[in-house]
Design a protein around this ligand. Structure first.
Ligand code: HEM
Length: 409
Protein backbone atom coordinates (compact mmCIF):
# COMPACT_ATOMS: atom_id res chain seq x y z
CA UNK A 1 0.00 0.00 0.00
CA UNK A 2 2.76 2.40 1.02
CA UNK A 3 4.67 1.57 -2.18
CA UNK A 4 1.63 2.22 -4.41
CA UNK A 5 0.99 5.54 -2.63
CA UNK A 6 4.61 6.55 -3.21
CA UNK A 7 4.29 5.59 -6.88
CA UNK A 8 1.03 7.52 -7.22
CA UNK A 9 2.55 10.64 -5.71
CA UNK A 10 5.51 10.33 -8.07
CA UNK A 11 3.12 9.97 -11.02
CA UNK A 12 1.34 13.13 -9.84
CA UNK A 13 4.58 15.00 -9.39
CA UNK A 14 5.37 14.72 -13.10
CA UNK A 15 1.84 15.84 -14.05
CA UNK A 16 0.19 15.60 -17.46
CA UNK A 17 2.22 15.50 -20.69
CA UNK A 18 3.69 18.91 -21.55
CA UNK A 19 5.11 18.17 -25.00
CA UNK A 20 2.83 20.75 -26.63
CA UNK A 21 3.88 23.43 -24.13
CA UNK A 22 7.50 22.62 -24.95
CA UNK A 23 6.84 23.23 -28.64
CA UNK A 24 5.02 26.46 -27.78
CA UNK A 25 7.56 27.89 -25.30
CA UNK A 26 10.79 26.65 -26.93
CA UNK A 27 14.02 27.49 -25.16
CA UNK A 28 12.12 29.12 -22.27
CA UNK A 29 9.97 26.08 -21.49
CA UNK A 30 11.89 25.00 -18.39
CA UNK A 31 12.39 28.57 -17.19
CA UNK A 32 8.62 29.11 -17.37
CA UNK A 33 8.12 25.98 -15.21
CA UNK A 34 10.75 27.20 -12.75
CA UNK A 35 8.97 30.57 -12.53
CA UNK A 36 5.52 28.95 -12.11
CA UNK A 37 6.67 26.52 -9.44
CA UNK A 38 9.20 28.73 -7.67
CA UNK A 39 11.70 25.90 -7.71
CA UNK A 40 15.08 25.40 -9.35
CA UNK A 41 14.45 21.67 -9.96
CA UNK A 42 11.27 21.03 -11.96
CA UNK A 43 9.55 17.94 -13.28
CA UNK A 44 7.43 17.36 -16.37
CA UNK A 45 6.18 14.53 -18.51
CA UNK A 46 7.42 14.83 -22.11
CA UNK A 47 6.56 12.35 -24.88
CA UNK A 48 5.21 10.16 -22.03
CA UNK A 49 8.61 10.16 -20.28
CA UNK A 50 9.10 11.42 -16.72
CA UNK A 51 11.73 14.16 -16.80
CA UNK A 52 13.46 16.04 -13.97
CA UNK A 53 15.11 19.21 -15.20
CA UNK A 54 18.19 20.65 -13.51
CA UNK A 55 20.36 23.63 -14.39
CA UNK A 56 23.50 25.45 -13.27
CA UNK A 57 27.18 24.59 -12.85
CA UNK A 58 26.73 21.92 -10.14
CA UNK A 59 23.86 20.41 -12.12
CA UNK A 60 26.06 20.20 -15.22
CA UNK A 61 28.77 18.48 -13.18
CA UNK A 62 26.19 15.96 -11.88
CA UNK A 63 24.82 15.38 -15.40
CA UNK A 64 28.28 14.68 -16.84
CA UNK A 65 29.93 12.91 -13.90
CA UNK A 66 27.17 10.69 -12.43
CA UNK A 67 27.95 7.20 -13.80
CA UNK A 68 24.38 6.00 -13.27
CA UNK A 69 23.09 8.26 -16.06
CA UNK A 70 23.11 6.74 -19.52
CA UNK A 71 22.41 8.09 -22.98
CA UNK A 72 21.61 5.01 -25.10
CA UNK A 73 17.86 5.02 -24.44
CA UNK A 74 17.41 8.67 -23.50
CA UNK A 75 17.01 10.32 -26.89
CA UNK A 76 13.62 10.17 -28.65
CA UNK A 77 13.80 8.05 -31.84
CA UNK A 78 12.62 10.87 -34.15
CA UNK A 79 15.50 13.10 -32.97
CA UNK A 80 18.06 10.32 -33.41
CA UNK A 81 16.57 9.54 -36.83
CA UNK A 82 16.93 13.07 -38.21
CA UNK A 83 19.53 14.94 -36.18
CA UNK A 84 22.24 12.45 -35.15
CA UNK A 85 21.55 9.27 -37.15
CA UNK A 86 21.03 5.73 -35.84
CA UNK A 87 24.07 4.28 -34.09
CA UNK A 88 25.69 7.72 -33.63
CA UNK A 89 28.31 8.41 -30.94
CA UNK A 90 25.68 10.54 -29.17
CA UNK A 91 23.72 7.36 -28.33
CA UNK A 92 26.59 5.23 -26.96
CA UNK A 93 27.66 4.66 -23.37
CA UNK A 94 30.75 3.61 -21.42
CA UNK A 95 33.69 1.97 -23.26
CA UNK A 96 31.88 1.82 -26.60
CA UNK A 97 31.33 5.57 -26.37
CA UNK A 98 34.92 6.39 -25.38
CA UNK A 99 36.27 4.30 -28.25
CA UNK A 100 33.96 5.85 -30.88
CA UNK A 101 34.60 9.31 -29.46
CA UNK A 102 38.31 8.87 -30.16
CA UNK A 103 37.48 8.94 -33.89
CA UNK A 104 36.36 12.55 -33.45
CA UNK A 105 38.93 13.75 -30.94
CA UNK A 106 41.83 12.17 -32.88
CA UNK A 107 40.69 13.84 -36.11
CA UNK A 108 39.91 17.26 -34.65
CA UNK A 109 43.47 18.18 -33.69
CA UNK A 110 44.64 21.79 -33.30
CA UNK A 111 46.12 21.50 -36.80
CA UNK A 112 42.79 20.33 -38.25
CA UNK A 113 40.94 23.12 -36.45
CA UNK A 114 43.39 25.66 -37.90
CA UNK A 115 43.04 24.19 -41.39
CA UNK A 116 39.22 24.28 -41.30
CA UNK A 117 39.12 27.85 -39.97
CA UNK A 118 41.70 29.06 -42.53
CA UNK A 119 39.71 27.47 -45.37
CA UNK A 120 36.52 29.12 -44.07
CA UNK A 121 38.31 32.48 -44.09
CA UNK A 122 39.67 31.93 -47.59
CA UNK A 123 36.27 30.96 -49.00
CA UNK A 124 34.60 33.91 -47.25
CA UNK A 125 37.16 36.33 -48.76
CA UNK A 126 36.40 34.92 -52.20
CA UNK A 127 32.63 35.05 -51.80
CA UNK A 128 31.90 38.18 -49.72
CA UNK A 129 32.96 40.77 -52.38
CA UNK A 130 30.13 39.44 -54.61
CA UNK A 131 27.44 40.27 -52.02
CA UNK A 132 25.34 43.32 -52.89
CA UNK A 133 21.91 44.28 -51.59
CA UNK A 134 19.77 41.70 -49.77
CA UNK A 135 21.84 38.60 -49.13
CA UNK A 136 20.86 35.38 -47.34
CA UNK A 137 23.83 35.29 -45.00
CA UNK A 138 22.67 32.01 -43.47
CA UNK A 139 22.73 30.22 -46.82
CA UNK A 140 25.94 31.87 -47.98
CA UNK A 141 27.63 30.85 -44.73
CA UNK A 142 26.35 27.27 -45.00
CA UNK A 143 27.90 26.92 -48.49
CA UNK A 144 31.23 28.34 -47.23
CA UNK A 145 31.23 26.03 -44.20
CA UNK A 146 30.31 22.95 -46.23
CA UNK A 147 33.04 23.72 -48.76
CA UNK A 148 35.64 24.20 -46.01
CA UNK A 149 34.84 21.11 -43.95
CA UNK A 150 34.44 19.08 -47.14
CA UNK A 151 37.88 20.21 -48.37
CA UNK A 152 39.48 19.29 -45.02
CA UNK A 153 37.76 15.89 -44.86
CA UNK A 154 38.57 15.13 -48.51
CA UNK A 155 34.91 14.74 -49.50
CA UNK A 156 34.05 14.72 -53.18
CA UNK A 157 31.40 17.45 -53.39
CA UNK A 158 30.51 18.28 -56.99
CA UNK A 159 29.88 21.99 -57.60
CA UNK A 160 26.37 21.33 -58.91
CA UNK A 161 25.45 19.36 -55.73
CA UNK A 162 27.00 21.74 -53.18
CA UNK A 163 23.95 23.96 -52.54
CA UNK A 164 21.65 20.94 -52.13
CA UNK A 165 24.08 19.19 -49.79
CA UNK A 166 24.42 22.32 -47.62
CA UNK A 167 20.61 22.72 -47.53
CA UNK A 168 20.26 19.07 -46.45
CA UNK A 169 22.75 19.58 -43.60
CA UNK A 170 20.71 22.56 -42.38
CA UNK A 171 17.41 20.69 -42.80
CA UNK A 172 18.61 17.83 -40.56
CA UNK A 173 19.27 20.35 -37.78
CA UNK A 174 16.17 22.43 -38.45
CA UNK A 175 13.94 19.34 -38.12
CA UNK A 176 14.80 18.52 -34.49
CA UNK A 177 12.34 20.81 -32.70
CA UNK A 178 9.16 20.16 -34.66
CA UNK A 179 6.95 17.12 -35.24
CA UNK A 180 5.52 18.40 -38.55
CA UNK A 181 6.75 19.30 -42.04
CA UNK A 182 10.13 20.50 -40.78
CA UNK A 183 10.77 17.12 -39.21
CA UNK A 184 9.92 15.26 -42.41
CA UNK A 185 12.11 17.62 -44.44
CA UNK A 186 14.94 16.75 -42.07
CA UNK A 187 14.15 13.06 -42.34
CA UNK A 188 14.30 13.14 -46.15
CA UNK A 189 17.50 15.21 -46.04
CA UNK A 190 19.06 12.56 -43.80
CA UNK A 191 18.04 9.77 -46.18
CA UNK A 192 19.67 11.54 -49.15
CA UNK A 193 22.79 12.47 -47.22
CA UNK A 194 23.33 8.98 -45.74
CA UNK A 195 22.88 7.42 -49.18
CA UNK A 196 25.51 9.74 -50.66
CA UNK A 197 27.95 9.31 -47.75
CA UNK A 198 27.62 5.51 -47.73
CA UNK A 199 28.63 5.53 -51.43
CA UNK A 200 31.66 7.75 -50.70
CA UNK A 201 32.81 5.50 -47.85
CA UNK A 202 32.18 2.27 -49.75
CA UNK A 203 34.33 3.57 -52.64
CA UNK A 204 37.14 4.27 -50.16
CA UNK A 205 36.79 0.79 -48.64
CA UNK A 206 36.85 -0.79 -52.07
CA UNK A 207 40.00 1.20 -52.86
CA UNK A 208 41.69 -0.03 -49.66
CA UNK A 209 43.27 3.14 -48.26
CA UNK A 210 42.83 6.87 -48.29
CA UNK A 211 45.06 9.61 -46.94
CA UNK A 212 42.43 12.23 -46.13
CA UNK A 213 40.44 12.31 -42.84
CA UNK A 214 37.40 10.84 -44.61
CA UNK A 215 39.52 7.71 -45.10
CA UNK A 216 40.02 7.49 -41.33
CA UNK A 217 36.24 7.55 -40.90
CA UNK A 218 35.71 4.95 -43.65
CA UNK A 219 38.29 2.58 -42.16
CA UNK A 220 37.57 3.19 -38.45
CA UNK A 221 37.18 -0.04 -36.47
CA UNK A 222 35.08 -0.62 -33.37
CA UNK A 223 36.63 -1.75 -30.05
CA UNK A 224 36.52 -5.38 -31.22
CA UNK A 225 38.57 -4.59 -34.35
CA UNK A 226 35.65 -4.82 -36.82
CA UNK A 227 35.00 -2.16 -39.46
CA UNK A 228 31.90 -0.14 -38.53
CA UNK A 229 28.84 -1.00 -40.63
CA UNK A 230 29.07 1.38 -43.59
CA UNK A 231 25.82 3.02 -42.49
CA UNK A 232 27.26 3.79 -39.04
CA UNK A 233 30.48 5.15 -40.58
CA UNK A 234 28.33 7.38 -42.83
CA UNK A 235 26.38 8.60 -39.80
CA UNK A 236 29.65 9.58 -38.08
CA UNK A 237 31.05 11.27 -41.21
CA UNK A 238 27.85 13.31 -41.32
CA UNK A 239 28.39 14.06 -37.61
CA UNK A 240 31.53 15.94 -38.67
CA UNK A 241 29.93 17.82 -41.56
CA UNK A 242 26.40 18.65 -40.39
CA UNK A 243 27.36 20.46 -37.15
CA UNK A 244 30.12 22.38 -38.92
CA UNK A 245 27.54 23.68 -41.40
CA UNK A 246 25.30 24.44 -38.40
CA UNK A 247 27.80 27.10 -37.29
CA UNK A 248 25.71 29.20 -39.74
CA UNK A 249 23.21 29.65 -36.89
CA UNK A 250 25.89 31.19 -34.70
CA UNK A 251 27.22 33.31 -37.54
CA UNK A 252 23.72 34.71 -37.95
CA UNK A 253 23.96 35.52 -34.23
CA UNK A 254 27.19 37.45 -34.88
CA UNK A 255 25.50 39.44 -37.68
CA UNK A 256 22.48 40.17 -35.47
CA UNK A 257 24.72 41.23 -32.58
CA UNK A 258 26.68 43.80 -34.64
CA UNK A 259 23.39 45.11 -36.02
CA UNK A 260 21.77 45.39 -32.57
CA UNK A 261 24.78 46.83 -30.71
CA UNK A 262 26.87 48.86 -33.20
CA UNK A 263 29.37 49.78 -30.43
CA UNK A 264 30.64 46.18 -30.61
CA UNK A 265 32.64 47.12 -33.72
CA UNK A 266 34.50 49.85 -31.81
CA UNK A 267 34.90 47.62 -28.74
CA UNK A 268 36.51 45.01 -30.95
CA UNK A 269 38.74 47.50 -32.76
CA UNK A 270 39.91 49.14 -29.51
CA UNK A 271 40.57 45.77 -27.83
CA UNK A 272 37.93 46.38 -25.11
CA UNK A 273 36.59 42.96 -26.14
CA UNK A 274 38.30 40.16 -28.03
CA UNK A 275 36.83 38.10 -30.85
CA UNK A 276 36.83 35.18 -28.38
CA UNK A 277 34.75 37.20 -25.86
CA UNK A 278 32.26 37.99 -28.61
CA UNK A 279 32.17 34.40 -29.87
CA UNK A 280 31.46 33.11 -26.36
CA UNK A 281 28.68 35.65 -25.79
CA UNK A 282 27.11 34.75 -29.14
CA UNK A 283 27.20 31.05 -28.16
CA UNK A 284 25.60 31.92 -24.80
CA UNK A 285 22.89 34.19 -26.17
CA UNK A 286 21.95 32.68 -29.57
CA UNK A 287 21.06 29.11 -28.62
CA UNK A 288 20.94 26.12 -30.94
CA UNK A 289 20.65 23.08 -28.62
CA UNK A 290 18.07 23.74 -25.86
CA UNK A 291 18.67 20.87 -23.41
CA UNK A 292 20.06 17.35 -23.13
CA UNK A 293 18.63 14.18 -21.58
CA UNK A 294 20.09 11.10 -19.89
CA UNK A 295 18.31 8.16 -18.20
CA UNK A 296 18.77 7.24 -14.53
CA UNK A 297 19.66 3.55 -14.25
CA UNK A 298 18.98 3.59 -10.46
CA UNK A 299 17.06 5.77 -8.03
CA UNK A 300 19.12 8.94 -7.73
CA UNK A 301 18.89 12.23 -5.91
CA UNK A 302 19.85 15.71 -6.99
CA UNK A 303 19.80 18.67 -4.60
CA UNK A 304 17.52 16.70 -2.23
CA UNK A 305 15.05 15.85 -5.02
CA UNK A 306 14.45 12.16 -5.84
CA UNK A 307 15.01 11.01 -9.42
CA UNK A 308 13.31 7.63 -9.97
CA UNK A 309 15.18 4.85 -11.78
CA UNK A 310 14.15 4.74 -15.45
CA UNK A 311 13.20 8.41 -15.61
CA UNK A 312 15.06 11.14 -17.50
CA UNK A 313 17.37 13.79 -16.13
CA UNK A 314 17.33 16.87 -18.33
CA UNK A 315 20.15 19.41 -18.26
CA UNK A 316 18.76 22.78 -19.31
CA UNK A 317 21.60 24.18 -21.46
CA UNK A 318 19.88 27.47 -22.16
CA UNK A 319 18.90 27.75 -18.47
CA UNK A 320 22.50 27.12 -17.37
CA UNK A 321 23.82 29.69 -19.84
CA UNK A 322 21.30 32.16 -18.37
CA UNK A 323 21.65 31.17 -14.71
CA UNK A 324 22.06 34.46 -12.80
CA UNK A 325 24.11 32.63 -10.15
CA UNK A 326 26.79 32.16 -12.84
CA UNK A 327 26.12 34.96 -15.33
CA UNK A 328 24.92 38.19 -13.61
CA UNK A 329 22.29 40.11 -15.60
CA UNK A 330 22.01 37.07 -17.89
CA UNK A 331 19.75 38.62 -20.55
CA UNK A 332 22.16 41.47 -21.24
CA UNK A 333 24.45 40.92 -24.23
CA UNK A 334 27.82 41.67 -22.71
CA UNK A 335 31.01 40.09 -24.10
CA UNK A 336 33.06 41.70 -21.31
CA UNK A 337 31.44 39.33 -18.78
CA UNK A 338 34.08 36.69 -19.57
CA UNK A 339 36.76 39.04 -18.27
CA UNK A 340 35.11 38.76 -14.81
CA UNK A 341 33.82 35.17 -15.03
CA UNK A 342 36.19 32.80 -16.81
CA UNK A 343 34.65 29.88 -18.68
CA UNK A 344 34.94 26.52 -16.86
CA UNK A 345 33.96 23.01 -18.05
CA UNK A 346 30.53 23.42 -16.45
CA UNK A 347 29.44 27.08 -16.46
CA UNK A 348 28.98 27.71 -20.22
CA UNK A 349 27.37 24.72 -21.93
CA UNK A 350 25.88 25.60 -25.34
CA UNK A 351 27.79 22.58 -26.69
CA UNK A 352 27.59 20.49 -23.52
CA UNK A 353 30.07 20.34 -20.64
CA UNK A 354 32.62 18.22 -18.80
CA UNK A 355 35.43 16.28 -20.45
CA UNK A 356 35.31 16.04 -24.23
CA UNK A 357 37.34 12.80 -24.44
CA UNK A 358 35.53 10.68 -21.88
CA UNK A 359 32.13 12.36 -21.81
CA UNK A 360 29.64 13.49 -24.42
CA UNK A 361 30.84 17.10 -24.58
CA UNK A 362 30.89 18.34 -28.20
CA UNK A 363 34.25 17.59 -29.83
CA UNK A 364 33.63 20.42 -32.29
CA UNK A 365 33.82 23.30 -29.82
CA UNK A 366 37.32 24.36 -30.89
CA UNK A 367 36.25 24.29 -34.55
CA UNK A 368 33.19 26.37 -33.70
CA UNK A 369 35.20 28.97 -31.80
CA UNK A 370 37.99 29.09 -34.38
CA UNK A 371 35.49 29.61 -37.22
CA UNK A 372 33.68 32.35 -35.30
CA UNK A 373 36.95 34.07 -34.38
CA UNK A 374 37.98 33.94 -38.05
CA UNK A 375 34.71 35.40 -39.28
CA UNK A 376 33.91 37.95 -36.56
CA UNK A 377 36.35 40.61 -37.90
CA UNK A 378 35.10 39.90 -41.43
CA UNK A 379 31.44 40.42 -40.42
CA UNK A 380 32.51 43.55 -38.52
CA UNK A 381 34.10 44.81 -41.74
CA UNK A 382 30.89 44.39 -43.76
CA UNK A 383 28.55 47.33 -44.11
CA UNK A 384 25.03 45.92 -43.72
CA UNK A 385 21.71 46.11 -41.92
CA UNK A 386 19.71 43.03 -40.91
CA UNK A 387 16.36 42.89 -42.70
CA UNK A 388 13.25 40.82 -42.04
CA UNK A 389 12.14 38.85 -39.04
CA UNK A 390 14.53 38.49 -36.11
CA UNK A 391 14.67 35.11 -34.41
CA UNK A 392 13.06 34.73 -30.99
CA UNK A 393 13.36 32.04 -28.34
CA UNK A 394 10.24 30.07 -29.26
CA UNK A 395 11.31 28.29 -32.42
CA UNK A 396 13.90 25.54 -31.83
CA UNK A 397 16.26 26.05 -33.58
CA UNK A 398 15.59 29.69 -34.58
CA UNK A 399 14.26 30.26 -38.10
CA UNK A 400 17.20 29.52 -40.37
CA UNK A 401 17.36 32.85 -42.10
CA UNK A 402 19.41 35.94 -41.60
CA UNK A 403 19.10 38.34 -44.51
CA UNK A 404 21.51 41.20 -44.53
CA UNK A 405 21.29 44.22 -46.79
CA UNK A 406 24.88 44.73 -47.86
CA UNK A 407 25.81 48.29 -48.75
CA UNK A 408 28.59 48.72 -51.26
CA UNK A 409 31.90 49.17 -49.49
C1 HEM B 1 26.75 25.24 -34.01
C2 HEM B 1 27.78 24.62 -33.49
C3 HEM B 1 27.59 23.44 -32.59
C4 HEM B 1 26.69 23.26 -31.59
C5 HEM B 1 25.62 24.22 -31.08
C6 HEM B 1 26.93 21.95 -31.03
C7 HEM B 1 26.26 21.42 -29.94
C8 HEM B 1 26.48 20.17 -29.43
C9 HEM B 1 25.83 19.61 -28.28
C10 HEM B 1 24.83 20.35 -27.40
C11 HEM B 1 26.26 18.35 -28.14
C12 HEM B 1 25.78 17.33 -27.11
C13 HEM B 1 26.70 17.19 -25.92
C14 HEM B 1 26.19 16.09 -25.01
O1 HEM B 1 25.45 15.20 -25.45
O2 HEM B 1 26.54 16.09 -23.82
C15 HEM B 1 27.18 18.06 -29.21
C16 HEM B 1 27.78 16.86 -29.42
C17 HEM B 1 28.52 16.57 -30.53
N1 HEM B 1 28.99 17.47 -31.47
FE1 HEM B 1 28.60 19.42 -31.53
N2 HEM B 1 27.94 21.35 -31.73
C18 HEM B 1 28.38 22.23 -32.69
C19 HEM B 1 29.43 22.05 -33.56
C20 HEM B 1 30.05 20.85 -33.77
C21 HEM B 1 31.11 20.64 -34.73
C22 HEM B 1 31.76 21.74 -35.54
C23 HEM B 1 31.38 19.29 -34.71
C24 HEM B 1 32.38 18.51 -35.49
C25 HEM B 1 33.20 19.01 -36.39
C26 HEM B 1 30.49 18.68 -33.74
C27 HEM B 1 30.41 17.32 -33.48
C28 HEM B 1 29.71 16.79 -32.41
C29 HEM B 1 29.70 15.37 -32.07
C30 HEM B 1 30.37 14.25 -32.86
C31 HEM B 1 28.97 15.24 -30.89
C32 HEM B 1 28.68 13.97 -30.10
C33 HEM B 1 29.65 13.85 -28.91
C34 HEM B 1 29.39 12.67 -28.01
O3 HEM B 1 28.24 12.22 -27.91
O4 HEM B 1 30.35 12.23 -27.39
N3 HEM B 1 29.72 19.65 -33.18
N4 HEM B 1 27.32 19.21 -29.97
Amino acid sequence: MAASTALASRALAFGPDKSLALLRDGYQFWQNLRDQRGSDVVRARLLHERATCIRGGDAARFFYEEPRLERSSALPAPIVGTLFGHGAVHTLDADQHVHRKSLFTDLLTAEAVGAIAAEVGRRWDERAPTWRGETELFEEASAILLGAVGAWLGLPIHAEDAAGRAADMLAMVDGFGSPGARHWRGHRARGRTEHWMEGVLQDIRDGGSHEAPIGTVALFRDGGGELLPVHTAAVEAINLVRPTVAISWLLSGVALAFDSWPHLREDLASGTISALDLAQEVRRCYPVAPFLAARATEDLEWSGEPIPAGSLVVLDLWGTDHDPRIWPDPFRFDPTRFQQTPVTPFNLVPQGGGDRNRGHRCPGEDVTLAVLITLIPRVAGLSYAVVGERPGLRRMPPRPTCRIDVRSA
